[in-house]
Unconditional design. Structure first.
Length: 126
């Protein structure tokens, strides 16, 4: 299947996402913050990144800017938002995310968005 990178500072959320996506045949790389995510992306080259909008060490906009600067602008990204973060969500959604999902994460919706994001990426590469 695909290599998916999860950057989430909540260990419980990370574990649940990893278990669910692994059960669907995906290989998962997990990091707890934005900096370690950016470092890992240099050697993992994932097909998709799922990230918390509130990373411990940088804002979501700083993280997205760093991805673009390092050549990962076209990488599909799904961002997870806390309930009520409407203003941030609208501003960040305009950056070209594959999806913006609210926490607590509806796992079926997440799986659907992962499938759509990967399907679009693989179709573009063909």
């Amino acid at each position: 299947m695909s290599l998916i990178h999860i950057s989430e500072n909540d260990p419980l959320v990370s574990t649940v996402l990893c278990q669910r996506l692994s059960a669907h045949g995906h290989t998962i790389v997990m990091t707890p913050d934005g900096d370690s995510c950016l470092r890992a992306l240099q050697w993992t080259r994932p097909d998709l990144v799922i990230a918390d909008a509130r990373l411990a060490d940088m804002t979501s906009m700083e993280w997205l800017d760093a991805l673009n600067t390092r050549g990962f602008g076209q990488l599909p990204k799904i961002m997870l938002f806390q309930p009520g973060a409407i203003r941030d969500r609208v501003r960040i959604a305009r950056t070209g995310l594959a999806a913006c999902l609210s926490k607590p994460v509806n796992l079926e919706n997440l799986l659907r968005q992962v499938f759509l994001s990967l399907d679009t990426r693989h179709a573009a590469a063909a």
